[in-house]
Design a protein around this ligand. Structure first.
Ligand code: NAD
Length: 381
């Protein structure tokens, strides 16, 4: 079994798909792991560290990819990378199928078997492969640090000879994986934290982290059977906005993480709410890449609106490259071991994880959810 670990080429991508600890595990299975020279550099992992655990450093990408059974990487393959993959090759990485349908088109045309790491089902069995969770946790943590570094105030309460400082007030909107990690991090820094989510099921988790849960009573079901948020009616959105308005206005920091899978992120923080916030306050919009939860946010830019700094970071996990890579690599290595049970690739579509994760195969789009969504977007593949 030959596995090639790509050196990432996408701008700003510092993570690597397999770290030396995971390479060591896979080498013990008798697999050959080839790492492109410098693949770990941006995560502070030297070529030597890979060699010490039995990995082989390779320089010539086309030859390496030609001979690999599977190429593993973090970021969505670029058009040039797909060009370099031989016809019928297998690649596992993030694919952003709904955000970049042209990539799916190119992979299909080249008959690539592409495994999309974001399509790992959210089930207990798949938890150790779930990159959405591992990377959302990193983003939630870093969002709070960004906010703390930008806010011209302390987070904790301080009692000093120069007087008593009141703790900062942080309001987290969306208490999924990223939101819960943001709550925990803000609490560790000593802030007073409130949180809102349309799924009432998260109330206890929010409270157990020491935050106050802001609750809304809606006349519709807000979660799917799988535990995800549903897109709610305009009426429910208005009700939520009315409820959160005062909490936004009095917060020093607002962190928004609200997302509905497969949909544009809902706008929850309006310009009117921002106008009521104190100048110097900070909003971190983690849904920026999906359109944003906050009116006026611009993905990848810091903007100043009514004296409030709105930051909508792109690829925040990459800024915590060492641990984000470590977690991504654990997720990837676990998936590889499911895919390759006896030293041979067994793409068993009876397995719900492999069935869901395989987006393109033998010139077709296999994942029904992706297929339906792309058809709706009227992209002809
Ligand atoms: P996500 O990134 O899709 O959404 C983030 C949060 O935004 C969610 O909590 C959602 O309820 C909330 N949200 C959506 N619309 C909103 C609105 N209009 N107003 C306020 N909040 C809104 O979700 P996620 O963090 O990836 O995961 C959500 C849930 O999925 C988890 O809490 C958990 O129950 C489940 N999950 C299960 C597993 C597993 O079993 N392996 C792994 C991860 C997550």
């Amino acid at each position: 079994m030959k596995i090639a670990v790509a050196r990432e080429t996408a701008a700003g991508e510092r993570r690597v798909a397999l770290t030396p600890d995971q390479v060591a595990r896979l080498v013990k299975k008798g697999w050959e792991i080839y790492i492109e020279a410098g693949a770990g550099e941006a995560s502070l992992i030297s070529d030597q560290a890979y060699e010490e655990v039995g990995g082989t450093i390779a320089g010539d990408r086309p030859a390496l990819w030609q001979n690999a059974d599977i190429v593993v990487k973090v970021a969505v393959p670029t058009p040039e990378e797909i060009e370099t993959l031989p016809e019928g090759a297998m690649v596992a990485s993030l694919l952003n199928p709904l955000g970049q349908p042209e990539v799916i088109q190119q992979l299909t045309a080249k008959k690539i078997t592409a495994l999309g790491m974001e399509l790992i089902p959210r089930t207990s069995r798949a938890q150790s492969m779930d990159v959405l969770s591992s990377q959302a946790g990193v983003a939630g943590y870093k969002a709070v640090l960004l906010a703390a570094a930008t806010l011209p105030k302390f987070f904790p309460m301080l009692t000093t000879a120069a007087g008593t400082i009141r703790p900062a007030k942080v309001f987290v909107i969306g208490a999924g994986v990223a939101g819960l990690q943001a709550i925990a991090t803000a609490r560790r820094l000593g802030a007073v934290v409130e949180a809102f989510d349309i799924r009432p099921a998260v109330k206890e988790e929010v409270q157990s982290l020491g935050a106050k849960f802001v609750e809304v009573q809606l006349e519709e079901e807000t979660a799917t059977a799988g535990g995800y948020a549903k897109e709610v009616s305009e009426d429910s959105k208005k009700k939520s906005q009315a409820l959160i308005s005062d909490h936004v206005a009095t917060a020093d920091v607002v962190i928004t993480t609200a997302q509905v899978p497969g949909r544009k992120a809902p706008i929850l923080v309006t310009d009117d709410m921002i106008a009521r916030m104190q100048p110097g306050s900070v909003i971190i919009d983690l849904a920026g890449e999906q359109g944003g939860n906050c009116e006026g946010c611009e993905a990848g830019r810091d903007v100043l609106v009514h004296g409030v700094t709105i930051i909508a970071p792109i690829n925040l996990p990459s800024t915590v490259a060492i641990h984000a890579s470590q977690m991504f690599a654990k997720n990837m290595a676990t998936l590889l071991q499911l895919l390759i049970p006896e030293n041979e690739i067994n793409l068993d579509f009876e397995d719900d994880i492999l069935d869901s994760v395989c987006v393109t195969h033998q010139g077709t789009i296999r994942n029904q959810r992706v297929k339906d969504a792309l058809q709706q977007m009227t992209v002809t593949v």
